[in-house]
Ligand binder design. Structure first.
Ligand SMILES: [Zn+2]
Length: 381
């Protein structure tokens, strides 16, 4: 987590190490390390209730943030809990970090002011350059499930189950609505955890009516709306679903809810759109969630689905995951991503023109694979 601590180090006149300006604020910078520390801390202890002793690496990071503030003649956070509070209030583009917009949106926060957990921006930043955090952990957990499966089809069933079941009622195994598969359950059971205390407000678990992920009821007791949901993008004025016995509920681990369930839904919509358009698609057994398809001009293309809030970090991920031929990649994202101002431009910026992957929604996928008739005529001429 604290890689790069000694890199490029110099000291000020008091002998205190300072970070050279050129070392900040890239993905190896202090802000990204803070994102990583908050992600780890929440995973281990839950940010809302963590206590002494703090993990040594997190304490060291806190010390470095204090130094940064002293360098800039700012009042440093008084304690680690104060640093968490500071992360709820301050935005990425503000001092003392002033992360450029080419890395992360200037208005992004690391801890959600209402949800009090690491934001999706925090998880995406923590995952960008750290294979073991959040997205990397989700990938590793899926790999573990794959090793438990005897065949490709059994792994596909497990993966589909996880994508469709982020929340599991304790009574559900006995439900007649779904054929319960004991063998499948044994392969995925340890990916589910009890509902954490902070989500049990009013002794219920609220689920967002739109994304069906955990939500928080307002503190004024109004059960007709929510104040936060895990996707961070849903309308808050719809009454959430309420599970009144949260002790009987298990949640898929958060890294999988964010980095498997959300993009998995986009992937499902993309598959349905291609199927409806009669465009054949083939899944890559070595890379779950990756599909191969042939463009109308005969070009082999690779399709991957994502649900990310930070377009520059998404571009970085796509460059790594589609490094073979990014210009042949088709990146599918939900409509609300492309509805964000400048999302498309920020995603495209790191790619030299000719190597830019296509960025589409599930609804635009068929048109991307099959150009409009007038273009086909021009191509055939
Ligand atoms: Zn939601």
């Amino acid at each position: 987590m604290c890689r790069g601590v000694g890199r490029g180090r110099r000291v000020n006149t008091l002998g205190i190490p300072v970070t050279p300006p050129g070392d900040e604020p890239g993905l190896s910078g202090l802000y990204a390390e803070l994102a990583g520390a908050l992600t780890v801390l929440d995973d281990q202890q839950c940010l809302a209730s963590f206590s002494l002793p703090y993990p040594p690496a997190v304490q060291l990071l806190y010390d470095r943030v204090v130094l940064r503030c002293i360098e800039q003649q700012r009042t440093p956070p008084a304690s680690l809990p104060d640093l968490v509070q500071w992360s709820r209030e301050s935005r990425a583009g503000e001092e003392p970090f002033a992360v450029p917009a080419s890395t992360i949106s200037p208005d992004a926060r690391l801890v959600h002011p209402l949800g009090r957990v690491p934001t999706r921006a925090c998880l995406e930043l923590a995952s960008a350059d750290r294979g073991g955090l959040a997205a990397g952990e989700a990938h590793a957990l899926l790999g573990m499930v794959k090793e438990r499966c005897v065949s490709e089809s059994s792994f596909r069933k497990c993966r589909d189950f996880l994508i469709s079941t982020p929340v599991l009622s304790g009574r559900e195994p006995l439900s007649r609505k779904r054929r319960w598969d004991d063998r499948l359950w044994r392969r995925v059971a340890d990916l589910y955890v009890p509902v954490p205390e902070f989500l049990r407000r009013y002794d219920v678990l609220a689920l967002c009516a739109t994304c069906e992920l955990p939500a928080l009821l307002p503190r004024d007791g109004d059960f007709e709306r929510m104040e936060w949901c895990e996707s961070e993008t849903c309308r808050t004025d719809r009454p959430p679903l309420l599970l009144r016995d949260p002790g009987e509920v298990m949640l898929l681990r958060r890294c999988l809810r964010v980095f498997l369930v959300l993009p998995g839904r986009v992937e499902r919509s993309a598959r349905q759109a291609l199927h409806a358009a009669g465009i054949p698609v083939r899944s890559r057994p070595d890379r779950p969630g990756t599909y191969e398809l042939v463009d109308s001009d005969g070009t082999d293309r690779v399709l991957r689905s994502y649900d990310r809030l930070q377009p520059a970090l998404l571009a970085r991920t796509v460059r790594e995951e589609c490094s073979d031929a990014p210009e042949c990649a088709v990146v599918v994202v939900p409509q609300q991503c492309l509805a964000q101002p400048d999302f498309e431009a920020a995603f495209a910026a790191p790619f030299p023109g000719p190597s830019r992957p296509a960025l589409v929604t599930p609804n635009g996928l068929a048109a991307e694979m099959r150009p409009p008739p007038h273009e086909q005529k021009e191509n055939n001429a």
